[in-house]
Every structure is written in C-alpha cells, then in structure tokens.
Design a protein around this ligand. Structure first.
Ligand code: G3P
Ligand code: CA
Length: 241
C-alpha cells in the first residue's frame, strides 16, 4: 500500500475536483482543489472510441458540455472540441474535457488520485495511463463494478483498489476482491464498521459529504478519506476539530 494511504487521517478528497465551485472533472476544478490545499482528488474516467482515457462523470456529454453523444462513440479529437466549462459560468468557458494523463501531470507529487472507473472493460487502459505517467503509487482505482476491481487486481496486484457501494455489508466482499478500501455512501458508515475495516487492514472512504457537521461526524467515527464537493469547507471543518 502506498505511503499516502498509510498516512495521516482523515484526508479530504476533492470530489470531481473542487466541483462545488468549478466545472466538475475539468483541469480548472482540479487546479482550484490544489490551490485550496486538497491533497487528494477524485475523478471519473471513460474510454473514447479511439481508446483514450478521458475524465467525465456521465457516459454521455450532454450534461457537462455543449455537445451531444456518447463518449464511447466519439474520438478524443471530437471530444476535445467541446466546451466543458461554460455551463458553470462564463469565466469557465473554453475548459476542455481532460485526459487522465493530463490530470496525472497536474497532480504528480502534489495530490493522490481516486480514479473512479465508470465503464466496464477499461481497467487495462486506465492502468496503462497510470504506468506511462508513473502514477501507479499515487492513485487508487475505485469502482462500483466488482469486475473492474477484479481485473485491475489481476493486472496489477500492487495498485490500490476500492469498492464503491451504498451498503456497509459489502465489507464482506473486500477480501475476496483483494480491494484495499470500502468506498461507502456516508449515511451507511458507522464506528463499528470503521473499526472492523481497520482490524482487517482495510480503509474507509465516505462520499459525498458536503455538510461540515457530517464531516466532523465521519471524522469521529473513524473514516480515513472524506470525499466532498467543497474541499475548502472540508479542510476548515477538520481544522476546527
Ligand atoms: O467517490 C465516489 C462518488 O464519486 C461516487 O458517485 O456518482 O459522484 O461518481 P458519483
Ligand atoms: Ca465519482
């Protein structure tokens, strides 16, 4: 496990970058999160028709760009013509859909990456990018798909992985999957669960926690990583204790 994952707790994870104040999953959102002082970034990835790993939450581009269509049916060149910032305000016009490689270059030696694999069958492509960017030790691959986790572990057992879920009972699946973290919808988190995970040498990541009171509660119950759209607020809540 990387030193970051073994380090000081809890850690604030900027969800899709500083997505509360900048267009999600763009370099503007990731830069803003770094400026705020976040040491971990969450991002979502898909593959284009020409096999490039790109950063976007949805499988289609309508909600967060001025284009239309499915990422899996577009080339990287087509995707990069789209505006991924204007929908959040004129000051963000011209933001592009980043590649995973671009986010790796921005984050290198500055922040740990929670890379959420959104599409099936792309774990190998994601690992290839992390390897090319020498970021395997600075990232955890997370997914709601057990198949994605299994595949990632088959290919690179040394790369950290986390299972995303709404259910605390999914803790029982971690060992069989070889996953390092349970990435849990925060209302389901309990102190008992955190204790059980730690006893099994696993980590607890909770998402998406935007209320400072809830951030403090998650801290007290033993969460290791707290994912939030508002990293500035999250860091302030931790500092206030
Ligand atoms: O980090 C977990 C969280 O991102 C999962 O939900 O829909 O925001 O990708 P979603
Ligand atoms: Ca996500």
């Amino acid at each position: 496990m990387s030193d970051f994952l073994k380090g000081k707790r809890p850690t604030i994870v900027a969800h899709r970058g500083a997505s509360g104040s900048a267009p999600e999953n763009t370099l503007a959102a990731f830069r803003r999160a770094l400026e705020i002082g976040a040491t971990a970034l969450e991002l979502d990835v898909h593959c284009t028709a020409d096999g490039q790993v790109v950063v976007m939450h949805d499988a289609t581009v309508e909600r967060t760009t001025d284009g239309s269509g499915a990422i899996a049916q577009m080339t990287l060149a087509q995707l990069q013509k789209l505006d991924a910032g204007a929908w959040r305000g004129a000051e963000f016009a011209g933001e592009r859909v980043p590649t995973l490689a671009e986010v790796c270059r921005l984050a290198r030696n500055r922040a740990f990456l929670f890379v959420e694999i959104k599409a099936e069958g792309i774990a190998a492509a994601v690992l290839d990018v992390l390897a090319a960017e020498k970021m395997e030790g600075q990232a955890i691959l997370i997914s709601f798909s057990a198949d994605n986790i299994r595949r990632a572990k088959e290919l690179r057992s040394d790369v950290a992985t986390g299972l995303l879920t709404m259910q605390a009972s999914d803790m029982d699946r971690l060992a069989a999957l070889g996953a390092d973290a349970l990435c849990l919808h925060y209302p389901a988190a309990t102190e008992e669960l955190a204790r059980a995970l730690h006893a099994a040498d696993r980590l607890l990541n909770v998402w998406t926690v935007n209320d400072p009171e809830e951030i403090r509660r998650m801290t007290k119950l033993g969460a290791d990583f707290i994912t939030t759209d508002y990293p500035e607020q999250g860091l302030a809540a931790l500092a206030a204790g």
